[in-house]
Write a protein that binds this ligand. Structure first.
Ligand SMILES: NC(=O)c1ccc[n+]([C@@H]2O[C@H](COP(=O)([O-])OP(=O)(O)OC[C@H]3O[C@@H](n4cnc5c(N)ncnc54)[C@H](O)[C@@H]3O)[C@@H](O)[C@H]2O)c1
Length: 316
């Protein structure tokens, strides 16, 4: 029997994902310890969490005071925090050897009956599990960035993950007001990244064929399929549009879709150092404050979109 009475959560890794997850757990009432091997990242994390909570308070999006929420968070570089954890989720570097070394170490410390989760984006849960004692309690918990605003959590079962562990991760996501989906097989890219990259491959193919530029394909996605997909999944879309229509189109279109395994456009951008908002340029150019402004604009729309979806399910 695994522990289902979860109060103390340890978030391992104070990077992009770990910091926001720490705030999310604390906002949802958990006592949370953010563990990182270096203190400097923890100091930055603390500032970031305090700053984010101040903004949320100003927007009226939290019901407790920032001080009440931060009162549930501790920051540490000490491994002792693992000895008293009820649940842990790992968010350290996306590198199999690094993750295995980390789990080998903490498995000597954590209680035997707690669930250990990894936020790996693409590594196989089964491979990381080679370093885990009692691998039936080890499960993927794949969030989407920013994890406080995107509802999906993919609960990925490795070959040895038990149903009980997957259920606990699922319930944990629900308790954080997220939308978990159980993935029964340990497939590369899980579900979300397979979909995202299938679309990206086609978008790059359209640009490489010279049929449209970045602005046109982004607009076509946002105002067409993307607009629809925020409400309906692809299969619900087929049912509403008509299976016969989708069959007729798929019969001539599937064979014409791009199937390249490397994209010249993406490789050229990366080689030129146009790495996106963080570099001030990617497909588009960004002024000094523009990247941050765009992130804030996105966050506000994501929040409102999620509120709208939560408040309006198809069937109550
Ligand atoms: N950024 C995303 O969009 C995103 C989305 C979903 C999942 N993920 C996954 O979450 C995990 C963390 O990603 P991130 O974007 O927060 O990364 P990040 O680079 O921002 O942070 C990584 C953290 O890992 C720590 N770390 C690095 N090497 C370590 C080691 N040897 N031992 C202990 N700690 C070490 C670093 O100190 C840092 O705090 C990765 O597995 C990533 O694939 C990322």
């Amino acid at each position: 029997m695994l522990n289902t009475d979860i109060r103390k959560v340890v978030v391992a890794g104070a990077g992009t994902m770990g910091v926001t997850l720490t705030r999310l757990f604390a906002q949802s009432g958990y006592e949370v310890t953010l563990w990182n091997r270096r203190q400097v990242s923890l100091d930055k994390a603390k500032d970031r969490i305090q700053g984010d909570l101040a903004v949320l308070a100003e927007q009226g999006r939290i019901t407790e005071t920032p001080e009440t929420i931060t009162g549930r968070i501790s920051y540490t570089t000490e491994y002792a925090c693992y000895e008293t954890a009820d649940f842990m989720v790992e968010n350290i570097a996306e590198d199999l050897a690094v993750k295995q070394e980390f789990f080998r170490k903490i498995c000597t410390l954590v209680p035997e009956h707690i669930v250990l989760a990894t936020n790996t984006s693409g590594l196989r849960v089964t491979d990381i599990a080679q370093a885990v004692t009692k691998p039936e309690r080890f499960c993927g918990m794949h969030w989407w960035n920013p994890p406080d605003l995107i509802p999906l959590v993919e609960v990925t079962k490795g070959d040895l993950t038990g149903d009980e562990a997957a259920r606990i991760v699922y319930d944990m996501a629900v308790s954080l007001e997220k939308k978990p989906v159980i993935v029964k097989k340990d497939i590369l890219g899980i579900i979300g990244n397979r979909l995202q990259y299938a679309v990206l491959r086609e978008v790059l193919h359209i640009i490489e064929m010279g049929a449209a530029g970045p602005e046109e394909v982004d607009a076509a996605m946002k105002y067409g399929p993307g607009f629809r997909y925020s409400v309906l999944g692809p299969l619900e879309t087929v049912d509403l549009g008509g299976v016969d229509i989708f069959r007729a189109v798929s019969n001539y279109l599937f064979a014409d879709l791009g199937a390249e395994t490397r994209s010249p456009v993406l490789n050229d951008l990366a080689d030129q150092g146009r790495l996106g908002v963080k570099a001030g340029a990617g497909f588009y150019d960004y002024g000094p404050e523009e990247g941050l402004e765009k992130i804030r604009w996105r966050n506000d729309l994501f929040q409102r979109q999620w509120d709208l979806l939560k408040e309006n399910p198809f069937k109550k």
